[in-house]
Design a protein around this ligand. Structure first.
Ligand SMILES: CC[C@@H](C(=O)O)C(=O)SCCNC(=O)CCNC(=O)[C@H](O)C(C)(C)COP(=O)(O)OP(=O)(O)OC[C@H]1O[C@@H](n2cnc3c(N)ncnc32)[C@H](O)[C@@H]1OP(=O)(O)O
Ligand code: CO
Length: 136
């Protein structure tokens, strides 16, 4: 399994980008709006992994709630899987608690599913299946 991305919540993509630009990283293509999650995403590639900056596009999005409650910072980590449905079934059988019964559309045509932060012992964990496969 690979670490697909580390997501950082920010109210301002320009301010949020500053540390990564200073480190010498460049945004990976244009920003993308993921309507279903209410976020605008800016991604920076670091090896096989992305740093994803998430800025809310509406007040009722999960990231807006996170920012109001906790302020900017680490929002979730995401792990790449080859077959999301199979991985969800395996984890459910093991007692895992997903936030939704069905996967949702993610960035770049991916399908994503989130595990409750309580199950993650205090961190929000996402599973990602990419549209064009890719090794997990
Ligand atoms: C870019 C698109 C996509 C991708 O391709 O990668 C994404 O990543 S989208 C990312 C944004 N989407 C989501 O986060 C969807 C899943 N999240 C949720 O449904 C909610 O955020 C939540 C996790 C269910 C929490 O929402 P809610 O119950 O309304 O908020 P609370 O503030 O009441 O939280 C309950 C409980 O959970 C703790 N919490 C909340 N968010 C996090 C977090 N990111 N990391 C760790 N812990 C978190 C919160 O502190 C509460 O704990 P207690 O106070 O102990 O009850
Ligand atoms: Co994510």
């Amino acid at each position: 399994m690979l670490l697909d991305h580390v997501a950082i919540a920010t109210p301002d993509l320009e301010a949020g980008s500053a540390p990564y630009v200073a480190l010498g990283l460049h945004p990976e293509g244009p920003d993308e709006v993921v309507e279903g999650q209410g976020v605008r995403v800016r991604a920076f590639q670091v090896g096989e992994t992305l740093i994803e900056l998430l800025m809310p596009t509406r007040e009722d999005s999960p990231v807006a709630g996170f920012l109001a409650r906790r302020g900017p910072g680490l929002h979730h980590t995401a792990y790449r899987v080859a077959d999301l449905d199979a991985e969800m079934a395996r984890l459910r059988a093991d007692g895992a608690r997903f936030l939704s019964d069905v996967p949702a559309p993610g960035r770049a045509g991916s399908r994503v599913a989130f595990l409750h932060p309580k199950w993650g012992e205090g961190t929000l964990i996402e599973l990602v299946e990419h549209a064009l496969g890719g090794h997990a």
